[in-house]
Design a protein around this ligand. Structure first.
Ligand SMILES: [Fe+2]
Length: 494
């Protein structure tokens, strides 16, 4: 059996690199209006850009990992050619308890848990990873799972937890849920270290839990994202797992099984556990999906297509997979990705897979979310820099992929800039997929300040059409979303 693993005693991370420089917390909650703009903010850009990320409210007692910091939402409201910035902590149960105690009460991801305690039982849900808009509220989530916190999109005040149904209470709901704007449904998955290891659910536009089911896995797994089509949800089981013996000792230690397949579960959106179909592919590991959709081929068969940015499978001297190198890249927040496609034929059960682009190194793919689960043409990814400094991962620029022509266009402004996941914001009255802007925070290391860059999605090579200069430093963070002005109005947000 070819099992490789990272020795769990080894500390792979540069101590406190994730607490330094532009990663460092900035815990002042503020509102900034009448901001300086370089260029001109488009008058047809109306909506809210929100990004989640860590900002530890208390200095950790032990080692710190980027995923440990308390969740803080940073939002920029664009309206009438003006921009207003606001930031607030997500008021999690953990943050409240630590504020009361005046110090950290939970160990971080890099700390050893007490003997016999599973990490799931001992970690704080910091709600720092993802943010989505659903049912008039922002949903804030942590990738390791826990309660989903609901947040008012106007004030960023935490409203409560998404626990209206008893089946949601105590569930390890992951980040990376998906919203179908056409139906108003919210598809999510939960995972953990106890049987059945995964659950799947759908919350309707009315806020009620419409579908909920266990998804049985062979053991604890490390899924990161999921995908939806108009009729199906796709869940992930990669051959990357925590070493079971380490898990029992309350530690995380990765191992990759190159003789196990990558498995994707295809579930009818409102199906039953009996309807889950598993499709197998080459072993690899992926964080983020760009999109998925259904296609009918020439034989009249339905294929599910899923596009994402998995880690490149590195080759060793013998031409085979270099598992240690792959684990090192994953375990050290390294960046080596390619754009890749998987196809699942629902009629024949056959699968196909292949590289879409292995020239550019990109991640954090975003699309026009009106096309979520529908065949789309464009994705907007973050261009990853080469690992040369301790400030890793380095989000160096933006890439626009045209999936129809196969072309890719990359933009980076030179040394000293650090991008953030940048969602697509449709222009008011837009009728075509790329008629709008790409909006995201940029750390300007040359001027030591945070900015918000607005780029014309049809001409990203031109660089930003507007740069909003912030007074508040926005620490590097994770996922984001765009909420259209009409969605905010419907949610009665000022
Ligand atoms: Fe993620």
């Amino acid at each position: 059996m070819s099992v490789n693993h990272i020795p769990d005693e080894q500390d792979w991370f540069v101590p406190n690199a994730s607490m330094a420089g532009p990663f460092a917390p900035n815990n002042v909650e503020s509102v900034e209006q009448d901001l300086e703009v370089i260029g001109e903010l488009p008058s047809d850009l109306n909506g809210l850009y929100v990004r989640n990320g860590p900002s530890p409210a208390h200095a950790p007692h032990g080692k710190y990992h980027w995923f440990d910091g308390d969740g803080m939402l940073h939002a920029v409201r664009f309206e009438g050619g003006k921009a207003t910035y606001r930031n607030r902590f997500v008021q999690t149960d953990g943050l409240k308890a630590e504020k009361a105690a005046g110090e950290p009460l939970w160990p971080g991801l890099k700390e050893r848990m007490p003997e016999g305690v599973l990490p799931d039982d001992a970690m704080k849900n910091v709600s720092n990873t993802d943010v989505k808009f659903h049912n008039g509220k922002l949903y804030s989530m942590w990738y390791r799972g826990g309660a989903v916190y609901t947040v008012d999109p106007g004030s960023l005040i935490t409203l409560g937890k998404l626990e209206q149904d008893p089946r949601l209470v105590g569930l390890q709901i992951s980040a990376h849920s998906r919203v179908d704007e056409a139906t108003g449904e919210f598809m999510f998955f939960a995972y953990g270290n106890r049987h059945p290891y995964m659950h799947y659910g759908v919350i309707g536009a009315d806020g009620a839990l419409k579908t909920f089911m266990p998804v049985e896995l062979p053991g604890p797994r490390l899924p990161h994202d999921c995908a939806i089509t108009q009729n199906y949800t796709i869940l992930h089981d990669f051959p990357l797992i925590n070493t079971p013996a380490a898990l029992e000792r309350g530690r995380y230690s990765l191992e990759f099984h190159q003789d196990w397949p990558t498995r994707y579960a295809v579930i009818p959106r409102h199906g039953t556990p009996e309807q889950i179909r598993w499709f197998e592919f080459k072993p690899r590991y992926m964080l983020h999906v760009a999109n998925a959709w259904e296609e009918v081929n020439a034989q009249g068969e339905t294929e599910i297509v899923m596009l994402g940015t998995p880690y490149v499978n590195p080759r060793g001297y013998d031409g085979g997979l270099d598992v240690q190198k792959l684990l090192y890249t994953i375990g050290t927040q390294g960046t080596d990705y390619e754009l890749y496609q998987w196809r699942m034929n629902l009629t024949t059960g056959m699968t196909r897979e292949g590289v879409v682009d292995d020239i550019l190194n990109t991640e954090f793919p975003m699309i026009n979310t009106a096309f979520q689960g529908r065949k789309n043409r464009f994705t907007y990814n973050v261009l990853m820099g080469r690992p040369r400094t301790l400030e890793q991962p380095h989000f160096a620029g933006l890439v626009k992929y045209d999936l129809q022509t196969g072309a890719a266009l990359a933009y980076h402004p030179g040394e000293g800039y650090w991008f953030s996941e940048a969602p697509f914001a449709p222009r008011d009255g837009a009728t075509e997929e790329d008629d709008g802007y790409v909006v995201g925070f940029v750390w300007n290391g040359l001027a030591n300040r945070s900015e918000v860059w607005v780029t014309d999605a049809r001409d990203i090579a031109k660089g930003p059409v507007a740069r909003v200069i912030l007074k508040h430093r926005v620490p590097h963070g994770f996922h984001s979303c765009w909420v259209r002005g009409d969605q905010l109005s419907a949610a009665q947000v000022a």
